[in-house]
Design a protein around this ligand. Structure first.
Ligand SMILES: Cc1cc2nc3c(=O)[nH]c(=O)nc-3n(C[C@H](O)[C@H](O)[C@H](O)COP(=O)(O)O)c2cc1C
Length: 190
């Protein structure tokens, strides 16, 4: 798809911020006896809003996937870099650190659709923190292209995870999606 159709989503979104990459919210980190982590990548805040709502509803810990070298706040620069990284199948370093990742049974993993697929730092994340044997509940936001290869490319990277039904939201609906998130979580029995 062309860039024009997702410019609007960026225009409405807050400026990206680099956050401390530590797990937090450990006080209520069990749901149905499962230890939960919500992990997300977000450049302009849409997926972050969804991640925070999921965390609010299911509890557990939440962590942001943060590239060691942040993306530019300039849309066109980030678009060009993301495209080049995908073409090169790059693995940029991430600053995200998670202690004792093995303890998590369920990982809610979310990111925006970037060129039809995952932003490349997500690949670094799943190759660093192995999802084998874990339940993975994927969620995506997009400009207008929908899911495209967001899920199928993730499944290729981590074929030994147990995937639930995913949640796909347009970026423009991401800040008002409490009801859709609740329905999705109910359907997954969380
Ligand atoms: C580098 C880049 C590439 C994108 N590629 C697509 C795309 O191929 N299809 C699409 O529907 N949206 C695309 N988008 C739009 C984002 O998926 C959408 O705005 C998303 O909600 C942004 O999430 P975020 O605020 O968490 O970063 C792209 C955005 C960027 C910055």
């Amino acid at each position: 798809m062309g860039c024009g159709s997702f410019n609007a989503a960026k225009a409405d979104a807050p400026a990206p911020k680099v956050k401390q990459s530590t797990s937090e919210g450990a006080s209520q980190n069990m749901n149905n006896g499962k230890k939960i982590l919500v992990a997300y990548f977000s450049w302009s805040g849409n997926t972050k809003a969804v991640a925070e709502e999921i965390h609010k509803q299911v509890g557990g810990d939440i962590v942001e996937i943060v590239p060691a070298t942040p993306y530019s706040e300039t849309y066109s620069v980030t678009v060009a870099k993301a495209k080049a990284e995908q073409a090169a199948n790059a693995r940029p370093a991430i600053s995200t650190k998670i202690d004792d990742f093995d303890k998590y049974d369920v990982v809610f993993l979310g990111y925006p659709n970037w060129w039809g697929s995952f932003p490349i730092p997500v690949a670094t994340f799943v190759e660093t923190y192995k999802l084998d044997g874990k339940t993975v509940a994927p969620f995506f936001t997009h400009g207008s292209g929908g899911e495209q290869r967001c899920l199928s490319d993730l499944q290729k990277l981590t074929p030994n995870a147990k995937f639930t039904q995913d949640l796909v939201l347009s970026g423009s609906s991401s800040k008002n999606a409490q009801g859709q998130i609740k329905s999705w979580l109910d359907s997954l029995q969380f």
